[in-house]
Design a protein around this ligand. Structure first.
Ligand code: NAG
Ligand code: NAG
Ligand code: NAG
Ligand code: NAG
Ligand code: NAG
Ligand code: NAG
Ligand code: NAG
Ligand code: NAG
Ligand code: CU
Length: 545
């Protein structure tokens, strides 16, 4: 497999000062029976016949190699959420754009230079498959952390279902309004465990110590909020970007987002405390938003009384607030790019003329192309610069090399949505309400905070920027993964001629396409040039919805 490595690899090894190492993992992707909340045993997707999958630890400048063997009866893929994959676009793991998926009974080796540090995660990007358990934290350690702390605690939070993701997807895409809107409620898992037994989900603390809690929301659906009774927290990182400390009472995380906080333990072990990790149920447009409470225990001393605890939460001292990421200040002060290209996007949920509910940017409901966009770029010559060849429904936007892009997303929907851009971080320039009332506008600072997944509450907008300094095919999608399945995604085709000049796709990629009968050249439909006859543009929103 080593022969498949791109020519970027030796380049990094030559420049590295410390002994960068290879972290080589050999993974069978397998079905496993599991009962994480003690309420329901079901088939989940794990690694090497175990579930949950392991936490992956790497150091800056390591090479992370994952040799994945698909033992499922469906395709799969691996995407490292937040890694830029600079020079290795074909290892970004997005079926339909950067690969065809790993065919059943087949293998694929992902090989990535670790050029970022902080809290990331790895998940299947095949449909909404990660909701079935194929997700895990990836922690990338710098030679020296910016902040001092005694313990590093990973808290992976997740909305868990007793049903498989294909089943939920089918429900949400039903033509029957009644089926579509039948509420389905998730349960909270903390590090793949849930249920009412507080011993299963406890966080242990010792008096006087400083803890870094790495909170990850790896849900395929709703927003989570986290807080500890009578403890404040200092935010120090979001989405792999170290920030100046900001004191908060609670943290909100949408699917895909990560936040590290420092919590200083109490001086005494006399009491234990309750933490909350509640789920917001805002995925179905036809179902009212609710909060599903979840409580766990911060244990200082086994069996110690719970401080200030009443079962109905009446004594809760947590002050819930929206985590205002735009106020955060990154440690590495980088000024934002300017604006060469402006990409305005409206988010709507509507009933379409196929009688299904779809979500869309600018009413163009997304569907992945047949031929992965990267293979289209590499096989259409000068026409790789024409958006049409990537397929209307992929919503391709072509970017010039080093172009500065401003994306303005107006959420005209009743739900909040977390948008994730691959290959980049967004600089957060402004937030506001879609009535454009200047009183509600919050502007980012001179060195705006950057993150890879941004939440937009209902009837609000956000303005973000990035520089097109990473040639490749980068999807931007709602990370309530079922919303991507319902059409809320688009594609940046970044510097196509640079991709052509610098990319040699590993042979294993085409081999997997062949195994699944997917063409490996031509436009999105597998035809030549601009021959896009019968490329579907619809369905279209019905008037009045
Ligand atoms: C990582 O690699 C970069 C060059 O790619 C180098 O400048 C840096 O010093 C390296 N850092 C470590 C910790 O190896
Ligand atoms: C995968 O391999 C197994 C064992 O060789 C075989 O039984 C199964 O049918 C294969 N599945 C597919 C989808 O090819
Ligand atoms: C949790 O652990 C404590 C202390 O070990 C024990 O007293 C208690 O019975 C346990 N609770 C459950 C539900 O097992
Ligand atoms: C995770 O994100 C989803 C979707 O944004 C949200 O509904 C859910 O409540 C979040 N969970 C946590 C624990 O933040
Ligand atoms: C809860 O904790 C606060 C702060 O420590 C304290 O002022 C209050 O009296 C406590 N309430 C109860 C019922 O113990
Ligand atoms: C999208 O469709 C909705 C109706 O579903 C309409 O109100 C809105 O103006 C349309 N937006 C765009 C950008 O076409
Ligand atoms: C990708 O690498 C190039 C060349 O080193 C660099 O200029 C660019 O900033 C990188 N982009 C990202 C998103 O890391
Ligand atoms: C691609 O390579 C060709 C041949 O080396 C060169 O003429 C052209 O300028 C390059 N284009 C880009 C966008 O780098
Ligand atoms: Cu969404």
């Amino acid at each position: 497999m080593k022969a498949l490595v791109s020519f970027f690899v030796p380049f990094v090894f030559l420049l590295g000062h410390t002994a960068a190492k290879r972290v080589a993992l050999d993974w069978d992707i397998t079905y496993v029976q599991a009962n994480p909340d003690g309420l329901n045993e079901r088939r989940v997707i794990g690694v090497n016949n175990k579930w949950p999958p392991p936490v992956v630890h790497v150091d800056l400048n390591d090479t992370l190699v994952i040799n994945a063997h698909n033992k499922l009866d469906q395709p799969t893929s691996l995407h490292i959420h937040g890694f830029f994959q600079n020079g290795t676009n074909y290892y970004d793991g997005v079926p339909g754009h950067t690969e065809c998926g790993i065919a059943p009974n087949s293998s694929f080796t992902y090989e990535t230079e670790v050029s970022q540090t902080g809290t990331f995660w790895l998940h299947s990007h095949y449909m909404a498959q990660y909701v079935d358990g194929m997700r895990m934290p990836v922690i990338s350690h710098p030679p020296k952390e910016h902040y001092d702390y005694d313990e590093d605690v990973v808290l992976m939070l997740e909305a868990w279902y007793h049903r498989e993701s294909v089943d939920i997807r089918e429900q949400l895409l039903s033509t029957s309004e009644e089926i579509r809107n039948a509420p389905f409620l998730p349960r909270m898992l903390v590090n793949s465990k849930g249920g009412s037994d507080l011993n299963r989900t406890k966080i242990s603390m010792a008096p006087g110590k400083r803890y870094r809690l790495r909170l990850l929301n790896v849900s395929g659906t709703g927003m989570v909020r986290f807080g500890i009774e009578q403890h404040t927290m200092q935010i120090i990182e979001i989405d792999g970007v170290d920030t100046e400390m900001k004191e908060v009472n609670s943290v909100q995380l949408s699917a895909g987002q990560r936040t590290s906080v420092i919590v200083t333990a109490k001086d005494s072990a006399e009491f234990n405390y309750i933490y909350h990790a509640d789920i917001f149920t805002d995925i179905q447009s036809g179902v009212a938003r609710a909060v599903l409470p979840f409580e766990g225990i911060v244990e200082y001393s086994r069996g110690a009384p719970l401080r200030n605890y009443t079962k109905d939460g009446a004594e809760s001292t947590v002050d819930w607030e929206f985590t205002q990421d735009i106020d955060l200040v990154p440690i590495d002060k980088i000024p934002p790019p300017g604006v060469h290209k402006w990409v305005p996007l409206e988010v709507h949920t509507s009933i379409y003329d196929d009688r299904r509910e779809h979500l869309a940017f600018n009413n163009r409901t997304y569907e992945a192309p047949l031929v992965p966009s990267l293979l289209t770029t590499l096989s259409t010559g000068y026409q790789a610069y024409y958006p049409d060849v990537y397929g209307f429904k992929a919503y391709p936007v072509i970017l010039d090399p080093m172009e500065d892009v401003e994306v303005a997303i107006f959420n005209k929907d009743v739900n909040s949505h977390p948008f994730h851009l691959h290959g980049h971080n967004f600089f957060i320039m402004a937030r506001g309400t879609i009535d454009m009332n200047p009183k509600n506008r919050i502007a980012g600072g001179a060195y705006p905070v950057r993150r890879d997944t941004i939440t937009i509450p209902p009837l609000e907008y956000v303005i973000v920027r990035f520089r097109a300094d990473n040639p490749g095919i980068w999807i931007m999608h709602c990370h309530m993964q079922f919303h991507q399945e319902q059409g809320l995604a688009m594609t940046f085709i970044e510097a196509p001629y640079r991709i052509i000049n610098s990319t040699v796709v590993p042979e294993q990629l085409r081999r997997n396409c062949n195994l699944m009968g997917i063409p490996t050249s031509g436009n999105a439909m597998g035809k030549t040039g601009l021959d896009m006859a019968h490329d579907p543009h619809g369905p279209f929103p019905l008037a009045g919805f």
